[in-house]
Design a protein around this ligand. Structure first.
Ligand SMILES: Nc1ncnc2c1ncn2[C@@H]1O[C@H](COP(=O)(O)OP(=O)(O)O)[C@@H](O)[C@H]1O
Ligand SMILES: [Mg+2]
Length: 366
């Protein structure tokens, strides 16, 4: 699906923005503080009902407004009609989400329609930051290709919360603990099976993507860590860890500990690669997910890329842009000077490119 129209009201300094002719590739250029990142945030709000910058909704709403609203109309490959999406948030944190004019209750329904991949200066911490970010990355992919995953994931969260509450209690009822342990084992086993299956499909796409983005990097490898001893099933792992769980008052083993390890030449990529190389690896991870989704017929994802030319050198910006241009995904990309982007975007693909100038919160097509 591709966004054709976008209406933004009161997102940061974007008081009223109307864009009616979006293309497959949309470039937003303008001075610092003009509103470029806010524009990408608005699209993120439309797909995820929240920003990718910080957690506070309040900071997202224009200072003198009480709500912010983003509306989009998107074309679908299967139908001539446009699908409308709308998200409104108020200062109390409440969200109103509408799909095709109908209110929907969960962000998952929205996210399913508009799968987003974000590449910003911060997203580069995917490699070097804590494992939670990498689990989120992995689960994003599983969610978009395996629709039963989300309910199982929710079930797992519920079970672990209950079990941990019980473990924290001074006096533990053995029967109750056994009940939640059994349920947790089932849910944890199910989500791990999905994660593994997805990971196995993702890995070759990542390796292939990286061979184009950075052919000279020492051999890259991805490894999945399920969160407990690989020689045991989850029931056995919970059983073996029971005494420690009771002693420490929480469940210390399981899918909540899963991680992905990236190595280059046998060494941890987070510890040995240069910052520039790490950025490429993160781009590779995000592009590989988009490739896999399209290949599996699950639709294209939309890429939101903040200031790529300042994140990567000329040569690598060219490679990443070449990859995006060949991919067919819709792209929203920002930069300070339009030439910065034009000089790295493949010339043969520049006719699908729409340029917008951003100035003091106003966005005008060029
Ligand atoms: N809640 C808000 N209300 C109004 N303006 C805001 C709000 N939050 C941030 N801004 C302003 O919005 C402007 C645009 O920010 P940003 O989108 O990050 O700019 P850019 O990415 O173009 O450098 C900044 O000048 C910032 O001060
Ligand atoms: Mg910015």
């Amino acid at each position: 699906m591709a966004l054709q129209q976008l209406r933004i009201d009161s997102v940061r300094n974007l008081r009223r923005v109307r864009l009616d002719r979006l293309q497959r590739v949309n470039v937003f250029y303008g001075a610092n503080g003009s509103g470029k990142t806010s524009l990408l945030e608005s699209i993120h709000l439309l797909g995820m009902a929240r920003s990718f910058r910080g957690n506070s909704v309040k900071s997202l709403i224009s200072h003198d407004a009480t709500t912010c609203t983003v509306y989009g109309a998107a074309s679908l490959p299967s139908s001539p009609a446009l699908l409308s999406l709308g998200v409104q948030r108020n200062r109390g944190g409440e969200a109103q989400i509408r799909l095709a004019g109908q209110p929907v209750k969960t962000v998952a329904e929205l996210a399913e329609q508009l799968p987003l991949q974000v590449i910003t200066a911060e997203s580069f911490s995917l490699l070097t930051g804590p494992p939670g970010g990498r689990r989120q990355y992995l689960d994003w992919g599983v969610f978009h290709v395996e629709h039963t995953f989300f309910s199982q994931w929710q079930r797992f969260q519920r079970c672990i919360k209950q079990r941990n509450m019980l473990l924290r209690r001074g006096k533990i009822d053995d029967h109750e603990l056994a009940f939640w342990t059994r349920d947790l084992a089932a849910a944890g086993t199910a989500i791990t099976a999905h994660r593994k299956a997805y990971f196995e499909r993702l890995t070759p796409r990542f390796i292939e993507t990286m061979s184009q983005l950075a052919p000279s990097l020492p051999a890259l490898e991805l490894r999945f860590r399920q969160g407990w001893d690989a020689g045991l099933n989850y029931t056995e792992a919970l059983d073996q860890g029971l005494a420690t769980d009771v002693e420490q008052g929480y469940t210390h083993t399981g899918p909540q500990r899963a991680d992905i390890r990236v190595t280059s030449g046998g060494h941890s990529a987070a510890d040995t690669l240069s910052r520039g190389q790490q950025k490429l690896v993160v781009c590779g991870l995000k592009l590989a997910q988009g490739l896999l989704m399209s290949e599996l017929g699950k639709g294209d994802c939309t890429y939101l890329i903040d200031d790529l030319p300042s994140e990567l050198d000329q040569e690598h910006s060219e490679t990443v842009c070449g990859f995006l241009a060949a991919m067919g995904a819709q792209v929203f990309i920002t930069c300070v000077e339009r030439e910065e982007l034009l000089s790295v975007w493949p010339e043969a693909k520049s006719e699908a490119l729409a340029m917008f100038h951003v100035e003091h919160g106003e966005v005008s097509p060029v």
